[in-house]
Design a protein around this ligand. Structure first.
Ligand code: 1PR
Length: 530
């Protein structure tokens, strides 16, 4: 029996699902005795160091945790669950940690994108049974802006490179903890959890493993989801956001089934977009919550959900905050949430007032769950101008001439699924959202959506050069070369596609095989034997 310490963090459901997928029973801590009587304790943490420690104190879990850590019984900490073991964190300088290990938690101060989001390797520093069945060249899923710096090097189990070499796992006697998320790291992560649950008799010493690890470019599959006219939830796909064919909503399959298929085919992440979220109320009849719950039972790579995340008033005058909506999505298995229309309205306010209110959905959700959990989905379309002075927006010089030979354009933001153009440009939107606490940009392009003509390289470069957070290139993939192009002509960290995968015109494996050796990517190679 595994005892899981859930202090109200983001996505503990995935850790529970991963452990249960190994046939192990899980008991979630409800009081201090559960900690003190645990056989094996798992402590997953997503979110913010300060709010985590505050909740642990409020729930009087700090002392029982210290007793447990000194008891010699097995402990596994994940992400913030590792940070908590140290003395203090730059994320909340006035809040002390459990101080079980001497050392601190530091913020990345590097030229690369922060948060460090994606699949990166590990450098193994000492033998451990936790690696049984692994080859050591696997990649694991990271999503964080802070890393631990132990005073005692002997606890270091693995390191990873992202602008610097940082400690990505520690181990000392009964205590093991990882910065990466084994529950979201595909079969490699599941193997690691299995080794914690049933420790192998012999320790694995993987010799050939000291090299610079590299963050892989991510291949993300997007499932645009909505109800069709008969009320059935389907995966659909638009052409320039028009999802109707012969008057009917295109139906390309069932959300949970397709997500399961893409997981097995090697997708690095899966994104669900509730494309009619602007008119739905996510906490009513919860179709998307069920999709998430079912998917997270069988898919062990990161799940992002978007659509309808904003403050609400329902027909009885009851108000709900965007934070409550996001919390429901996280507790149903989401690792990241994506905000679309509401982000545009928030940015317009900020551009007008120059003030951060602390009340916006972006600020509220990133405060509690961490910037890395907040994606902003941008739906822009090109507007050509004959000169930059014509508009008060960030304009680019374009190689793709306009209808009247224009050499300049700007990218107009839209809301409500592309239905309403706004007086705001995509570059400004991305910059404002980063300032407000977003951790990643999902950069769609209405003109390229479903066009099979490749990603809009100029748009991606314009936004990527304006922010320090990771950018997901989206819209227009038609062949494997388009992925190579976007990863070599831009610094985008990920490329997202939909149509080509739903219509089985190109498989994820084909894209990855084409990129192998050209671009750093993650390859799940499950048929190797140790
Ligand atoms: O505004 O917060 O309620 O969120 C609504 C979400 O739904 C936004 O993230 C918005 O991008 C998305 N959305 C709204 N309407 C549509 C539509 O298609 N009619 N789809 C839509 C966005 C675009 C991409 C698509 C790529 C790749 N989907 O995600 O998957 O363009 O397609 P391709 O590879 O086939 O070219 P809110």
């Amino acid at each position: 029996m595994i005892t899981l310490l859930d202090y109200g963090a983001g996505n503990v459901r995935s850790v529970i699902n991963a452990i249960q997928s190994l046939g192990e029973r899980v008991k979630v801590v409800t009081d201090t005795d559960d900690i003190l009587s645990a056989e094996k304790l798992v402590f997953p943490g997503v979110g913010n160091f300060g709010s985590m420690m505050r909740i642990l104190h409020q729930k009087k879990y700090v002392d029982p945790l210290k007793v447990y850590l000194n008891s010699g019984r097995p402990f596994f900490g994940i992400c913030l669950g590792m940070h908590a073991l140290f003395e203090k964190s730059e994320e909340a300088p006035d809040t002390g940690g459990l101080a079980f290990f001497p050392g601190r938690v530091k913020k990345f101060d590097i030229d690369l994108s922060v948060p460090h989001i994606g699949w990166n390797g590990i450098n193994i520093k000492k033998p451990s049974g936790i690696f049984n069945g692994l080859f050591g060249d696997e990649k694991f899923y990271f999503v964080h802006s802070f890393y631990v710096e132990p005073d005692d090097d002997s606890v270091v189990l693995t390191t990873t490179n992202h602008g610097l070499e940082f400690v990505s796992a520690i181990q000392k006697k009964n205590i093991t903890a990882t910065q990466f998320h084994p529950e979201k790291s595909g079969t490699a992560g599941i193997k690691l959890l299995k080794n914690f649950i049933t420790p192998p008799r012999k320790e694995m010493a993987l010799s050939h493993l000291s090299r610079e690890t590299r963050l892989a470019k991510r291949i993300i599959v997007c499932l645009d989801v909505r109800s069709n006219d008969r009320g059935k939830l389907v995966v659909t796909k638009g052409d320039q956001y028009d999802v109707r064919e012969n008057g009917d909503v295109r139906n390309l399959g069932k959300p949970v089934e397709l997500a399961g298929r893409y997981y097995l085919e090697g997708a690095d992440e899966i994104t669900f977009l509730n494309i009619t979220g602007f008119r739905d109320f996510p906490l009513e009849n919860f179709p998307m919550l069920d999709v998430l719950k079912q998917t997270s039972e069988r898919v062990f790579v990161p799940l992002t959900i978007g659509g309808g995340i904003r403050d609400y008033m329902d027909k009885n005058g009851m108000t709900y905050s965007a934070l409550e909506v996001a919390a429901a999505y996280f507790r149903s298995g989401a690792d990241k949430i994506s905000i679309g229309s509401d982000a545009v309205l928030i940015a317009e306010d900020f551009v007008k007032t120059g003030k951060m209110t602390g009340k916006s959905s972006i600020e509220q959700i990133s405060e509690v769950y961490g910037a890395q959990a907040v994606v902003v989905s941008i739906d822009p379309k090109r507007v050509y101008v004959s000169s930059p002075d014509e508009v008060h927006h960030q304009v680019i010089k374009t190689q793709i001439k306009g209808p009247k030979g224009e050499r300049f354009c700007w990218y107009q933001c839209t809301i409500k699924g592309g239905r309403e153009g706004r007086d705001l440009d995509a570059v400004t939107l991305a910059q404002v959202c980063e300032k407000l606490g977003a951790g990643e940009i999902l950069l769609n392009c209405i003109d390229r959506d479903g066009a099979y003509s490749g990603f809009d390289i100029e748009l991606i470069n314009a936004v990527k050069n304006a922010v320090t957070i990771p950018v997901i290139a989206s819209s227009g993939a038609g062949c494997v070369e388009h992925f190579y192009e976007v990863f070599t002509k831009t610094q985008a960290e990920s490329a997202l596609a939909a149509g080509i995968f739903h219509r089985k015109e190109v498989s994820i494996a084909t894209v990855k095989n084409y990129l192998k050796g050209k671009v750093e990517i993650r390859v799940e190679n499950n048929d190797r034997v140790t």
